[in-house]
Design a protein around this ligand. Sequence first.
Ligand SMILES: Nc1ncnc2c1ncn2[C@@H]1O[C@H](COP(=O)(O)OP(=O)(O)OP(=O)(O)O)[C@@H](O)[C@H]1O
Length: 375
Amino acid sequence: MIEVEQLHKHYGSTQAIKDVSFSVEKGEILGFLGPNGAGKTTTMRILTGYLPASSGTARVAGFDVHEQSMDVRQHIGYLPETPPLYGEMTVEGFLHFVARIKGVSAGDRPKRVDVSIQQCGLSDRRKNLIRKLSKGYRQRVGIAQAIVHDPPVIILDEPTVGLDPRQIIEVRNLIKSLAGNHTIILSTHILPEVSMTCSQVAIINRGQLVATDRLDNLMEHLTGGTYYDIEVGGGVDGVETAIGSYLGYLPNLRSVDPLPRTDLPEDRYRFRINVEPGSEPGSEIAKAILEGKLNLYEMRRSRASLEDVFLQLTTEEKIAAPVPDENADADTGVDIDTQVVDADVEPEVAEEPREETPDPHESETTPDANRQSDG
Ligand SMILES: Nc1ncnc2c1ncn2[C@@H]1O[C@H](COP(=O)(O)OP(=O)(O)OP(=O)(O)O)[C@@H](O)[C@H]1O
């Protein structure tokens, strides 16, 4: 549904994006994740046909974004960082206006406006003036204008910035509910947004993609996945041999490796048990150890978080093992979905002042108010 090949964009001497390639299948949500200034907005604006690339190609719903930009805009719904809304219009008046601009026939408009109002939870605000709405409701109107012409592809640039926590949850749920029927790119610098909403992730840093994969694959490949560290002792002779025989028959175990015994009493041992991605064998491991007459002094699960992966990919440090999850015991580790980390990482390169690049299309739906800023 979306195919991007070797996109480059220069603003004068600033190379905003370099050799960016990725694709998104129908019905998927791709999280386009990167720190400030990484090139997300630039990529989104090229994909929506509002900004020409310096080189490379992109196709959306089968149309070339450069050669067929009008077709692309018919097939895309775009929520820019600052949604172009007209405060003096009512919600439904504005949506009728956008539907007309987007080429929805006069006969279909009332139904499309109703559907988008309903999908975005705006039914009890449809007669309200947009300027009187809260920020969260205005963001819903921004999403409604992006879907009013029922486009197969939706591109959302930082859709939850500036919302309160309750509004953030509502907008994320709304985005998730749109997947399946729509293919979505969600551009964001907020890590949990990706883990909560997206099936795939593309991480961009300093204009270059540093990873594209399914979220679960990415985390397993980059960090070595999940493991349990245990401390055992007592009970039997030859603990190092015994532990292998106790655990050897359990499914989902990849390896059991001894760890250094620094600072341990003489009869204690530490092991790292690497397990298959997605498995949760903590209880079985504990049971096998206790049934084997060993004492279990400590057991801790560690797993990579999206934050680990992101930091690994957007800093130049060597890839490290996942940090032990201090809050997790054998079976109640913290899932990535429950972590709330807003990594507002500044790029290490100094940014050059932005050029004003005239955008002949930007005002298509923004005759006067709230023009989109270069994000
Ligand atoms: N119109 C412009 N003229 C000159 N430089 C620009 C322009 N727009 C963006 N840039 C530069 O291109 C780079 C990428 O910017 P872009 O806005 O695409 O990043 P971003 O990932 O969307 O960042 P943010 O999350 O802060 O919006 C930055 O170095 C930025 O300063």
